[in-house]
Design a protein around this ligand. Sequence first.
Ligand code: NI
Length: 131
Amino acid sequence: MKLHHYGFATKSIEKSLKEFERIGYHALSEKIIDPIQKVELLFINNENNHPIELIAPLDGNESPVSNILKKNGPILYHICYEVENIEKSIAELKTKHFVIVVKPTPAIAFNMRKVCFLYNPHIGLIEILEK
Ligand code: NI
């Protein structure tokens, strides 16, 4: 599996972007609104290719991200990997103690490519993104 990005939950994309910029990151696009997941997103990167996805709840909406923020505050909470075939990868990961948290869904941020979230008690949350 190839790294695609690290997911970082924040209350404010603007405030996090400002601080990440101070340590060498830059925005890769404008903010993306995802009304399905009720989140807003922004991808950032630095010169060493450390892609991070900033994710914030949309206008105080309840979402999995708002629960993470309530529990932990701003936090790095998932690793996303790019895979050739999402169903095949899910089947494989299930044999390695992962359970599905969010079933395969088209993602607005990735031109409706499918993503799926899985959890392993000793690895945490991962996202897989179909090529
Ligand atoms: Ni992600």
